[in-house]
Design a protein around this ligand. Structure first.
Ligand SMILES: O=P(O)(O)OC[C@H]1O[C@H](OP(=O)(O)OP(=O)(O)O)[C@H](O)[C@@H]1O
Ligand code: HPA
Length: 187
């Protein structure tokens, strides 16, 4: 399991966004092509390794948390919510600032309430900027973050977020950029 994810990460192209080495991969970018087998591999791994009985809502972060949340929702029957990059102006909407290694955005949380049991999923944690702001917002709302799962871990973001928030963040494959190329970090 996850062999396909590791192999595809080693083969994927890397582009520069300013000083940031950005890998381009189906799971993190939707290009060049998302093979259902790769998506299935990740979703089946989650289903086989987590007890999701208590989860009320899966939450995916726009953009690339959406296919993961969708696939997981279809297979488990658990509904999902998307943390969006645009505002709806709904009552109770929670706005957070997202800063990554190469961009800044506003994110808008709707449909999450106090005591909701949440599985939060996104494609990548890198600097940890995105997760940090989203987790803090969920804490303010009073939702229970039961699981936080990201298929791909890059750089030091996971450790930073775990230290700052006290949550455990589960990642499936760790990568490191060496000389502008993706390498896998084995535990
Ligand atoms: O740990 P960080 O440094 O915050 O990086 C991780 C975030 O970066 C990407 O989001 P982005 O908003 O770039 O993109 P997307 O719309 O392609 O998902 C990715 O989907 C994560 O949400
Ligand atoms: O290098 C990256 N590639 C794809 N998505 C990302 N999100 C944060 N960093 C990256």
């Amino acid at each position: 399991m996850l062999d396909e994810l590791k192999k595809s990460l080693l083969e994927c192209p890397v582009v520069k966004k300013g000083d940031y080495y950005y890998f381009v991969h189906p799971i993190s970018d939707g290009v060049p092509l998302v093979e259902p087998d790769l998506l299935n591999d990740i979703i089946d791994y989650i289903i086989d390794n987590y007890n999701l009985e208590l989860i009320d809502k899966i939450v995916g972060i726009e953009s690339m948390g959406i296919p993961l949340a969708t696939a997981l929702s279809i297979k488990t029957g658990i509904p999902f919510v998307v943390v969006r990059k645009r505002s709806y102006g709904l009552e109770g909407e929670c706005q957070v600032h997202q800063q990554t290694g190469y961009s800044e955005n506003e994110l808008y949380i709707n449909g999450i309430y106090e005591n909701d049991n949440i599985l939060l999923i996104d494609d990548v944690v890198s600097t940890g900027g995105t997760l940090l702001s989203v987790i803090k917002a969920f804490d303010r709302i009073g939702a229970n973050l039961v699981n936080i799962i990201l298929p791909i871990e890059k750089d030091q973001g996971r450790e930073i977020v775990e230290k700052e928030t006290g949550y455990t963040i589960d990642t499936l494959v760790r990568i490191k950029m060496v000389d502008g190329k993706v390498t896998i970090v084995e535990d």
